[in-house]
Write a protein that binds this ligand. Structure first.
Ligand code: BT5
Length: 324
């Protein structure tokens, strides 16, 4: 039943908003026209708005704001990203499912997305809270032909794509905190986790994990994080439809990634710096058990953080930065 329904939606979607005749659907699905009609009624119960016109057929006018492979495909304007979508109601972590899929040769651009995660992962085995239906919890499988040392640039390009999408879909003003956080009003709204499977000079695949707090009210943000985490709804006092938001992220991600592959990191870097959190401001750098005051100057061509200390310019590659 479920797969006939999915096939039916696929057939309606490929018509590109045009009518599809009941006869065509019944031939393709090998079920009667009255069975087609019953399926249409069921789709309406699921939130689809379907128009049926005599002698013309059916067309989808609106799909529901409920994440599924079908709703995400409908109206998705990407060329290669999200052609293959794995959606589950609950997963421990979309990263784990994405690794499994990648090992089984899932294609470049495959998306794994869940309504909730029970063991969402941050960097260094930290926990990522992923409340059901409140945010976007997804992983993208990529097979880039870049050297493993360039992989951190993928985190930075993902952050610019997210900042672009948040700016387009919402009234928030996102800032990117190096290397992997999106901040709104000085609080963390999204995080990125880039994991790779690689040899010294070759990447087998990369999984880019994206977690965004979208529609949490204040009390739905875990109490232990309320001082430093937020949601887009909380900052803008608006609730956002989730399906178009995800589609917008995928479109920006694809554009940014394609640009990176053709033009290199330079244009990404400029864009990144336009969203950079605390550029020109004081930060602290921890090196060899010493903490020094510095000014955050921007990012280098390879994605490293550039800090100006009393001893001169330093480039920082990972985690030794204090922002407060
Ligand atoms: C990150 O790590 O920010 C990467 C988060 C990536 C999550 C996505 S969701 C889809 C995919 N599947 C996964 O399992 N993961 C990815 P990090 O920089 O290490 O930050 C983790 C820290 O952020 C935690 O230790 C908390 O302090 C805080 N945190 C946890 N959940 C949060 C949330 N929902 N919003 C804001 N901050 C959070």
């Amino acid at each position: 039943m479920e797969s006939t329904r999915n096939r039916l939606i696929e057939l309606l979607e490929t018509s590109n908003h045009d009518y599809v005749s009941g006869q065509f659907l019944s031939d393709k699905l090998k079920i009667s026209r009255s069975a087609i009609w019953k399926h249409m009624k069921e789709l309406e119960k699921d939130g689809y708005l379907i128009e049926g016109v005599r002698r013309k057929g059916y067309r989808i006018v609106k799909s529901p704001d409920k994440v599924s492979e079908n709703t995400l495909h409908w109206g998705l304007k990407t060329n290669w990203l999200g052609k293959n979508i794995i959606h589950k109601t609950t997963l421990d972590s979309t990263q784990n499912t994405a690794h499994d899929a990648a090992r089984e040769n899932a294609e470049h651009g495959t998306i794994v997305i869940a309504d909730e995660q029970t063991k969402g992962k941050g960097r260094m085995d930290r926990f990522w809270h992923s409340t059901k239906h409140k945010g976007i919890w997804m992983s993208i499988i990529l097979r880039p032909s870049i050297l493993p040392v360039a992989a951190p640039q993928l985190t930075l390009l993902t952050a610019t794509a997210l900042a672009d999408a948040i700016s387009e879909e919402t009234t928030a003003a996102p800032k990117i905190k190096w290397p992997n956080d999106i901040m709104i009003n000085n609080k963390k709204t999204a995080g990125i986790l880039t994991e790779l499977q690689a040899e010294q000079d070759r990447i087998h695949y990369v999984i880019v994990g994206i977690g965004i707090n979208v529609n949490h009210s204040f009390s739905e943000i875990p109490e232990t994080l309320q001082h430093k985490a937020t949601s887009i709804k909380r900052e803008t006092e608006t609730e956002y439809p989730i399906v178009p938001f995800i589609q917008c992220i995928l479109q920006h991600f694809e554009q940014t990634y394609d640009r990176y592959m053709t033009e290199g990191f330079s244009p990404i870097r400029t864009k990144w710096e336009s969203y950079g959190y605390k550029i020109g401001e004081k930060i602290k750098i921890r090196t060899n058990y010493k903490v020094s005051e510095a000014i955050f100057r921007g990012i280098a061509e390879d994605g490293a953080l550039i800090a100006e200390t009393e001893e001169g310019i330093q480039t920082i590659y990972s985690g030794e930065v204090e922002w407060n």
